[in-house]
Design a protein around this ligand. Structure first.
Ligand code: LMR
Length: 395
């Protein structure tokens, strides 16, 4: 049976990570996969994570099963992190948070759940969006529709075009929004724009689905969630996929959460039971270790403060690099938008051929779309990248 299968190319982001690792040039620069890097180009384990792991190793007494929803302590802590403390949604029993294997697990389980609710569910995604959104949602059988998001000329949000297209959505359609740090563009909605999108969603009876993969890496934990929280407070139903990969640096531990918001506590209890049954039939239960780390950190005042300090430092470093990068590129062209955008990513707006030359001739890696991971820069490589770009652009 297997001999009928044709080989598939690797996922472009993962392929790029692999090619970079194989490159033996000592001065190569990785601006590809979305992984935070420090000044030395390393992706260190956060000190708060190290300490939580030490405590877990000493205190853990069993490896017995937990259950499809994962740890209640982790889920409650994530509800507070995403929705804020004293959320009326939590108080009224209108939200349940389920531990998932990474943000991808949350996205896919939400998609499977949506198909269960309505077999012909349509989901509207931004153009562009994170490439893996398409197989994660489409692979569950949802029909993908696209709304324009980024103006390719200005590399800024084309909010008018976004609203105009979403006006064509039908009641019950799902709208996928990036909570903050839009991947791949770094161009986020302002709070006023979140408010306008919320009104449209309410008026048309759409179901919002927010992917929150970078909370804390844009402007701060609460500021990054402001749009999402406004939306959650205004609509009867909503889904949120959250990831701990970036803000806790837990990438390979596959730690995330799916929040399900319903109109009443009774509806939420029934919907949650369906979601848990979907999970049981896919992977049964999520892995425990990463979530136990997050639960330990968020449940301890000192560790939480330490984590917030480290995360704040990462956020500030990215903001610094955004300004420094835009400044270093100013002789090459107007790249000021990089300083205004948020999170790890921005497009440089150069051609695939120029991206190829940067890789081949200068060992500088970015996605073919010219998406760069700003966190992969540091003050040492900035001049190197700026001068290579100047050469490739013929400036
Ligand atoms: C990225 O966009 O580079 C990250 O989210 C990593 C991934 O899995 O694609």
């Amino acid at each position: 049976m297997f001999e009928t299968l044709q080989p598939l190319p690797q996922d472009p982001i993962l392929q790029l990570m692999h090619t970079f690792r194989e490159d033996t040039r000592p001065d190569k620069v990785d601006l590809g996969i979305g992984v935070y890097k420090d000044d030395a180009g390393n992706t260190p384990i956060m000190a708060a994570v190290h300490e939580a792991e030490r405590r877990l190793l000493e205190g853990e007494t069993t490896k017995s099963y937990v259950g499809p929803a994962g740890s209640a302590g982790f889920n409650n802590a994530m509800a507070e992190l995403i929705l804020g403390s004293n959320s009326p949604l939590v108080r009224d029993g209108r939200v349940s948070v389920i531990q998932t294997p990474g943000g991808c697990g949350a996205l896919r389980m939400a998609a499977e759940f949506l198909r269960l609710c309505k077999a012909d569910t349509k989901v509207w995604v931004s153009t562009p969006t994170w490439a893996n959104h398409l197989p994660l949602l489409g692979g569950a059988g949802l029909t993908i529709r696209e709304y324009p998001y980024l103006n390719p000329q200005t590399l800024q949000v084309d909010f008018g075009a976004m609203l105009e297209t979403l006006e064509q959505a039908d009641a019950g359609d799902v709208v996928l929004l990036h909570g903050c740090c839009h991947n791949p563009s770094g161009a986020d909605l302002s709070l006023a724009q979140w408010q306008e999108v919320t009104s449209l969603i309410q008026r048309k009876g759409l179901l919002p689905f927010v992917d929150m993969a970078y909370q804390g890496l844009g402007e701060g934990l609460d500021a990054d969630a402001a749009g999402l929280r406004h939306l959650a407070g205004a609509v009867p139903e909503m889904l949120i996929a959250a990831s701990c990969s970036k803000n806790f640096g837990l990438y390979r531990e596959r730690t995330g959460a799916l929040a399900l918001i319903s109109g009443t506590a009774a509806v939420n209890a029934a919907a949650t039971s369906q979601l848990l049954s979907v999970i049981r039939s896919h992977y049964s239960m999520p892995p425990a270790h990463g979530a136990a780390i997050v639960e330990t950190i968020l449940g301890d005042d000192d560790l939480r403060a330490q984590w917030q300090k480290e995360l704040g430092g990462m956020c500030e470093r990215i903001l610094h690099l955004r300004h420094a990068f835009a400044g270093a590129l100013s002789p090459v062209g107007d790249f000021d938008f990089i300083a205004r955008q948020r999170g790890m990513f921005s497009f440089l707006g150069i051609s695939p051929e120029q991206v190829g030359r940067l890789r081949k001739e200068h060992g500088i890696y970015m996605l073919e779309s010219s998406r760069v991971n700003v966190a992969g820069l540091n003050d040492r490589v900035l001049p190197q990248v700026a001068s290579a770009l100047r050469e490739v652009l013929g400036k």
